[in-house]
Design a protein around this ligand. Structure first.
Ligand code: PLP
Length: 406
């Protein structure tokens, strides 16, 4: 009898993105004449930069010739992409070794898989509300413990974020071993500045903890007080893994490419206290479970570092940021309590009259034909809030906010 990994059955039965899609599809069937405006979508909508398209075409042609054909990629990625990535880090004063970069097929897989190389008994800290992958991966790996009546897991330390702390995660009172930080945050759009992040790095150094730093939205930061990389903070190379992605920077959500940084200084520990370079664990996993990202895709990613590529990427990010800024401004004007939308495509706001987020989602859908994302999909801590995003077209974004005036 083949036994199932029952931890997979334990993921929380709160509303998830699939349920939201089902409600949206039902609405579309019932109202085929109405133009639905999607303000909740977490996916990019603009086409890839021209420079990326040109690089993809060129790489496809290379695959057609004997002397330029490529098979398996090196497991950590091609040097041409890694070198450009290192140069990008150097431009913000961060020097990393070539061996520390692991090109991946986007941030999600590595964020979910990192737990495989870490001991089962680690205490995990996760901000709440947050991108659901960290908690679900912890549950599926059997580390989460038991679910209590508040919908929280006994072995997870929740870093509760709320209006009171401006949705910035605070240091836990107890010792934690692994800390997931998402900066700028999805869903709240709030970004920690250097002072805030330094507290976490210092905490991790003191407690020999590891920070898994999700920098999927780093390119949306446009304020020098907010670091673009955790490695801008002194000592972070000893305690942090940084996961980045080309998805939201350059429209790669469908192409799939990103990278994980594991500096050689970063250690995990055996039960007897012996230090093990994290990179040894991660390289071993990578070599056994990963056959690399397609050559064509890596060439596409490389193109964003050219002068023209950088310009196009900036235009793309600015487009989404302008939408987010518009949403933020309009919601503030309506007197709502609003977070994010400045260094992030995400705008997070408190639902008027304390309505449950799913009810408010349905209200917006059926009254205005607007689809947002109810906060509950990011865990119980997201209840009472709604997420809008700047990923739509600027026309639809303006139209949606205009409809809300009525
Ligand atoms: N991290 C955060 C915070 C995200 O919001 C997302 C996607 O929405 C990801 C990671 C995953 O990105 P990728 O497309 O690179 O897998």
């Amino acid at each position: 009898m083949a036994l199932a990994n029952e931890n997979y059955l334990k993921t929380p039965e709160v509303y998830c993105f699939d349920d939201i899609e089902k409600s949206i599809n039902a609405y579309k069937i019932l109202h085929p004449d109405k133009k639905l405006l999607r303000l909740g979508v977490g996916d990019v909508t603009r086409p890839l930069p021209d420079e990326v398209i040109a690089a993809l075409h060129k790489a496809v042609d290379e695959m057609a010739h004997q002397d330029t054909f490529r098979g398996y990629s090196p497991p950590q990625g091609y040097d041409f992409l890694i070198e450009k990535t290192l140069k990008e880090y150097r431009s913000i004063g961060v020097s990393l070794e070539k061996e520390s970069i692991f090109v991946n097929n986007g941030a999600k897989s590595d964020l979910g898989n990192i737990g495989h190389v870490l001991g089962r008994d680690n205490i995990i800290a996760i901000a709440a509300p947050v991108y659901p992958v960290y908690e679900n991966a912890t549950i599926m790996s059997g580390r989460a413990g038991n679910l209590n009546e508040e919908g929280e897991w006994s072995n997870i330390v929740y870093l509760h974020c709320s209006e009171a702390n401006g949705f910035i995660p605070e240091l836990p009172k107890e010792r934690v071993d692994i800390i997931y930080l998402c900066n700028p945050s999805n869903p709240t759009g709030v970004a920690m500045d250097r002072t805030e992040l330094k507290k976490w790095v210092d905490y991790a150094i003191e407690n020999k903890s590891i920070i898994v730093y999700d920098g999927a939205y780093y390119s949306y930061v446009n304020n020098s007080d907010i670091p673009l990389s955790i490695y801008e903070i002194k000592g972070a190379k000893k305690v942090a893994i940084e996961v980045r992605s080309y998805s939201k920077i350059a429209g790669f959500t469908g192409l799939r490419c990103g990278y994980t940084v594991c500096p050689s200084e970063l250690n995990a520990y055996t039960l007897t206290g012996e230090s093990i370079p994290f990179i040894n664990l991660w390289s071993r996993r990578n070599a056994n479970y990963n056959n690399g990202v397609p050559y064509i895709v890596q060439r596409g990613a490389e193109a964003i570092y050219s002068r023209k590529g950088k310009k196009e990427v900036k235009e793309l990010v600015d487009y989404y940021l302008n939408n987010a800024a518009f949403i933020r401004c309009e919601l503030l004007r309506k007197g709502l309590k609003v977070f994010g939308g400045e260094h992030s495509p995400y705008v997070w706001f408190k639902i008027p009259d304390g309505q449950p987020s799913m009810k408010y989602f349905m209200h917006l859908l059926y009254t205005y034909a607007i689809a947002g994302t109810p906060g509950i999909v990011f865990g119980k801590a997201g209840e009472g809030y709604m997420r809008f995003t700047g990923f739509g077209s600027s026309e639809d974004t303006k139209e949606a906010l205009r409809r809300l005036e009525m």
